[in-house]
Structure formats: structure tokens, C-alpha cells
Design a protein around this ligand. Structure first.
Ligand code: KG4
Ligand code: ZN
Length: 353
């Protein structure tokens, strides 16, 4: 059976065709990064409007690349939440209309279950395991008992890791989106002498907090007088920010120190979860899981612990529709009728995990 999967929860318009054995036949992602770059972050209203423009061509391309036609489809899967409600509604409405028109079943997928399911695309995943979603919207740790049987054991108390990457990059004048830019300039940088906190690293929970770390970077940037402007903050439109002559060398160092602080906390919490729950497999996914340094540290750590590590290929870590299709397979196996989910709605804040 072929499934069309659609993902529009944030700023990527994505469509994929998968089959019910978990094979990905196409995976198309239209990024809206350039539409939002001038604002230094995702503008929900712009995202919704771009999804409306992009969804049809993206879906068409997914069919073309998979060499599948509408009449081959057995079902449609769509991200139902959590996410920006206006953005979600575009995907949900499109999917419902198509399912109704074709008279085929539809299923709503939780975006976080989608991220965790990305691990199954190119790997054999065993259960139970510890899973983590580290993205722009979430930094959470889960005990994944079975596909769809997921218990959240930790989460961020404030900013998500990716959000902190984006805000710090903006502060350092690097541009948007920040994660990949920090990743690039921080590689192999010696930042001796720059000390940043590792918030909540030694408490007993699996929770995170990145807001204080972000503020520590802000205070450091002010103290070191890196930029001529003094009204530095994380809000507002990105300023064209240029370091004062001679101070440019500090930017990669601060970026590297920040990145390592984030990574140290993530690794510490994951190690705690693995040990406490005595698990033999760790799955790490979400946009930040495409960070090269984090990937290396995770590999080193899990090798030392003697456990298996699965980090999906980078194209399946960031938002995509293939992961939504894979997550939907278990739902298509249920006995609910064809029209069971035709009345579903977007769920902006979805607390089922
Ligand atoms: O999973 P994702 O595509 O969307 C959400 O569901 O949020 O994650 C996007 C986040 C952004 O904050 C972006 O800066 C971050 O992932 N990101 C990275 C890297 N690539 C993307 N963060 C650190 N290093 C990267 N290489
Ligand atoms: Zn995501």
C-alpha cells in the first residue's frame, strides 16, 4: 500500500510517498528559510501563506519522484500537531480534502512521534529504547516502549536547544537559521578561557534549560565589548551586526563554547536516562541531531557505554514528511473505518506523550 505523507507544522512544506513496509519512495522538502531570514525567525502568518503556495507543487513532485499516481494511493498521513496552528491547518485541510475526494483513509500523526520514527527509515529499531527529539521546538527525552507507545521522561523548561542555537547565532551576527552556521564556524575551534554554564547538568531529572546559557552568552558578548552597539538582545529584527576590529576572532570561540555547553548537557541527560532505564539503544533525532559535533560526541559516548546508537541521516533529522509516513504505518493497521479521521483538526499543543 502506498501512503502520501504531508508535513507543514512549521516552516518546511514537505510531502513524501512511503509504502506500508517502511520504504521511502520520495521525500520532498521545500524550505521557507529565505522567506523568514529577514525576520530572524519563523513568522507564523508568512509560513501559512507559503504552505498554501507550495503544498500542491511539493505533493506533485513527491508523486513524480516516486513514480506513483493518485489512483495508487491507499492512504494519506498528515502532521496533526504540535506546531503552528495556521501552518498545520494547511496540511490537514489539504490532506482531508484529498482523502475525501479519493475516498481513502486518512490518519493524523504527532510530529514528535514522526521525529522518533525517522530512526526506522534506514535502521532496524529494537524496543524498548531511549529516544530524544532535539529540535527548534523541542528538547525532550522519551522512553519508547513500542511504536506509538511513547512516554516522555524529560523536556526543556524554557528554550529548546535549536531555539537557543538560533538566538545565539543571531546575537553573534551569524544570520539565520543559526544551528547550521554555528556548527560550521565552531568546528575544531579552541576556546580556552571562555567558560559558559551547563544548566541543570547535575540535577536528578531528565529536564533541560537553555535560557540561562543563552543569557550567559549575551553577558559575555557585552563584557568582551565585541560589537559597537550596546543594545544587544535576542528579540526584534536581526541587526547587521559586525564585530569591532580585532574582536572577530572571538566569535567562533564563543560559538564553539556555546555549542559544547549544549552538547555536554544533552549527553549528560541521555547517559542518565540510558543508565537509569538500563537501555541498550539510544535514538537521537530532530534538527539539532544533524549537528556534527553532537553526532561525534554521541557516537563516542555510546561506544564507551557499549550500547547501540541510531541517529537518522541528516535529511531525516530535520523536518520532513517521510518520517510522518513511517509513523503512520502502525495507525493504518488499526481497524478504524475509512472515514474515521475525516473530522480531525490541527492540534497546536498536543500533550499525549
Ligand atoms: O527538527 P527541525 O527541522 O524543526 C523543528 O521541529 O523545530 O529543527 C530545526 C532546528 C533549528 O533550530 C535549527 O537551527 C536546528 O534545528 N539545526 C541545527 C543544525 N541544523 C539544524 N542545530 C545545530 N546544528 C546543526 N547542524
Ligand atoms: Zn520538527
Amino acid at each position: 500500500m502506498y501512503i502520501l505523507a504531508i508535513e507543514t507544522s512549521c516552516d518546511e512544506t514537505a510531502a513524501a510517498i512511503v509504502d506500508n513496509n517502511g520504504k521511502v519512495l520520495s521525500n520532498i522538502v521545500a524550505s521557507q528559510v529565505e522567506d523568514h531570514a529577514a525576520f530572524g525567525g519563523v513568522v507564523p502568518e508568512i509560513a501559512s501563506r507559503r504552505h498554501i503556495e507550495l503544498i500542491q507543487p511539493v505533493v506533485n513532485q513527491a508523486f513524480r519522484e516516486a513514480d506513483v499516481t493518485l489512483s495508487d494511493l491507499g492512504g494519506i498521513a498528515v502532521t496533526q500537531g504540535p506546531g503552528l496552528v495556521g501552518a498545520l491547518l494547511v496540511g490537514v485541510s489539504f490532506a482531508k480534502a484529498l482523502a475525501y475526494g479519493l475516498d481513502i483513509p486518512i490518519r493524523g500523526v504527532n510530529h514528535l512521534e514522526g521525529h522518533l520514527s525517522a530512526a526506522c527509515i534506514e535502521h532496524d529499531v529494537s524496543y524498548p529504547h531511549i529516544g530524544a527529539v532535539v529540535s527548534g521546538g523541542h528538547t525532550s527525552i522519551y522512553k519508547v516502549n513500542v511504536p506509538g507507545g511513547i512516554i516522555q521522561i524529560g523536556q526543556t523548561k524554557d528554550d529548546a536547544a535549536g531555539e537557543a542555537f538560533d538566538k545565539v547565532a543571531k546575537l553573534l551576527g551569524l544570520g539565520y537559521p543559526g544551528g547550521v552556521l554555528i556548527d560550521r564556524i565552531a568546528q575544531d575551534v579552541d576556546y580556552t578561557g571562555i567558560d559558559l554554564p551547563r544548566p541543570m547538568i547535575s540535577d536528578n531529572s531528565y529536564d533541560f534549560s537553555f535560557s540561562g546559557l543563552k543569557t550567559a552568552v549575551l553577558n559575555l558578548v557585552i563584557k568582551l565589548k565585541i560589537f559597537p552597539d550596546l543594545d544587544l538582545s535576542f528579540s526584534g529584527l536581526p541587526k547587521k551586526r559586525r564585530a569591532l576590529p580585532g574582536k572577530e576572532v572571538l566569535i567562533p570561540k564563543i560559538a564553539a563554547a556555546f555549542q559544547d555547553a549544549v552538547i555536554d548537557v544533552i549527553i549528560a541527560k541521555l547517559v542518565r536516562a540510558i543508565k537509569d532505564y538500563n537501555m541498550g539503544l539510544l535514538v537521537v533525532t530532530g534538527g539539532v541531531a544533524s549537528n556534527n559535533s553532537l553526532r561525534d560526541c554521541l557516537k563516542e559516548t555510546t561506544d564507551k557505554l557499549g550500547i547501540q546508537l541510531i541517529i537518522p541521516d541528516k535529511k531525516y533529522c530535520t523536518d520532513n514528511a517521510a518520517m510522518i509516513g513511517i509513523a503512520s504505518i502502525r495507525q493504518f493497521k488499526d481497524k478504524d473505518g475509512k472515514n474515521a479521521y475525516l473530522n480531525m483538526n490541527a492540534i497546536s499543543r498536543w500533550r499525549w506523550l
